[in-house]
Design a protein around this ligand. Structure first.
Ligand code: FES
Ligand code: FE
Length: 460
């Protein structure tokens, strides 16, 4: 591979192909694109850190990653959430390596500097003796993650101090988050700790799989049909609405052929329905009443699914959030949270958790199906033909489902552009557009006589 083969002409071609409903296959695993993505996308967008139920008391902390930036998220004595680069200000050592816990101070394992919950440097081994009185401790506090934002208990961080506010970034997704996270008194809670594991996959493809691709369900998860868990109708995951929300976000609101779900309120106990009505607007309540599965994503790498599992009389619903942390163009670390309504009966929560463990996460049957496919996508996208940026092998992926054929449904009660089917590539195309917009924000891809020669500078 030649170093820095990205140029403005190539981006123009990419944009043109995307306008035709096509995505050149080389973008899946291209190492140079990957470096740009980390800098231009992950350096400026809101990334999920934790749900506030994971940090119950002052002193509670969790450690997370924003791609390669280690993050220490704490609840301070005043109950505020603060996030720091989890790197000691003395020599940069990874400060806290525990996954979670409760502490008043964090002591570095290298030379023993210690920091309090406010990030202040409060202890230096042999302090005055080795540094003298003039050492200004307040200049060596932990470095805060530039921006923190919270919506419906979901805590996000942003590495760009000038990023738009979280609520603006989420936009219309907030309306759907209100249904998913705010329907019950007390909201949702994380049960257990997030499971995490490494998979061979590209982060864009996993994000898109959850956010925008119910079409895969009847083939990839064919075994559920064969076992009689899912309907035989090949269109079954396509009924409902695919909603494009902007900024690369979107949601599929999946019902059944009748436009309603066979399971009212996703099989949640009937005793909870009045509470849903109290906490939601009439339109949100209506959508919740007739939806079987909500599945979608917040760009760039947070996905969610809220399904129904079980059999009649033993139905359960839960909320699974998952973060696709890029580890390379063909490798991700998956973080997977199980959430359930705090107000649900304890027995129901336990049963729902078992349903989740059997379906998603490293032991889940549905997860195995998807993981195999994600690996195959990157395995088959690394060769000479797939990686050819001139597209002389016609190495483009097909995003033509519903292209120019499916019109939005103006009667859908929620915000966003809602299309009357979930077997559709509209949301995928919207994700790609935002991806390219961020990737090329400062790049001269739309003008210049010598576009062929315009080299794109990629960070080292
Ligand atoms: Fe942390 Fe030296 S690197 S105390
Ligand atoms: Fe799947």
């Amino acid at each position: 591979m030649s170093r820095n083969s990205l140029n403005a002409k190539m981006f123009q071609t990419l944009k043109q192909k995307m306008a035709e409903g096509l995505l050149p296959q080389w973008v899946v695993t291209d190492p140079e694109i990957y470096v740009l993505e980390i800098d231009k996308i992950f350096g400026h967008t809101w990334q999920f850190l934790a749900h506030e139920s994971e940090l119950k008391e002052p002193g509670s902390y969790v450690t997370r990653w924003m791609v390669n930036d280690p993050v220490l998220l704490v609840k301070t004595n005043s109950g505020e959430f603060k996030a720091y680069l989890n790197s000691c200000t003395h020599r940069g050592t990874h400060l806290c390596t525990a996954d979670f816990g409760k502490k008043k101070t964090f002591t570095c394992p290298y030379h023993g500097w210690s920091f309090n919950l406010e990030g202040d440097l409060i202890g230096i081994v042999a302090g005055d003796k080795v540094y003298g009185q003039e050492m200004k401790k307040d200049q060596w506090s932990l470095r805060p993650i530039p921006r923190i934002g919270i919506y419906q208990g979901m805590i996000f961080g942003n590495l760009d101090p000038n990023a738009m506010p979280l609520e603006d970034y989420l936009g219309d997704m907030k309306w759907y988050f209100d249904i998913l996270l705010g329907r019950s008194d007390g909201g949702m809670e994380v049960r257990g700790v997030p499971q995490r594991w490494v998979a061979q996959a590209n982060w864009k493809m996993t994000f898109e799989n959850f956010a925008a691709d119910p079409y895969h369900v009847q083939t990839t998860h064919r075994s559920t049909v064969e076992m009689g868990i899912s309907p035989k109708d090949p269109l079954y995951a396509g009924y409902g609405h695919q909603v494009v929300l902007g900024h690369g976000h979107g949601i599929n609101v999946i019902t059944s052929a009748t436009g309603r779900s066979a399971y009212a309120f996703q099989g949640m106990p009937e005793s909870m329905w009045p509470m849903f009505e109290r906490n939601l607007s009439p339109e949100q309540f209506e959508i919740l009443s007739k939806t079987t599965v909500f599945v979608g994503g917040v760009f760039p790498n947070l996905s969610f699914v809220s399904p129904v599992h079980g059999t009649e009389g033993h139905l359960h619903n839960y909320l699974n959030f998952r973060l696709w942390r890029p580890l390379g163009p063909d490798k991700i670390e998956i973080w997977c949270w199980f959430m359930i309504d705090k107000a649900a009966p304890e027995e129901y929560k336990e049963e729902a958790y078992k349903g989740y463990i059997g379906s998603f996460g490293p032991s889940g049957t549905l997860e195995q199906d998807d993981t195999e496919i994600w690996a195959r996508m990157v395995q088959a996208s690394k060769g000479i033909m797939a990686r050819d940026k001139t597209l002389s092998y016609n190495n483009v992926c097909n995003y033509l489902m519903g292209f120019d054929r499916v019109e939005p449904d103006e009667t859908f009660p929620g915000p966003g552009i809602a299309y009357p089917t979930c077997y559709l590539d509209s949301l995928s195309r919207s994700i790609h557009e935002y991806w390219l917009e961020l990737l090329t924000r400062d790049l001269p891809i739309d003008g210049g006589k010598n576009a062929n020669e315009l080299e794109i500078t990629i960070p080292n």
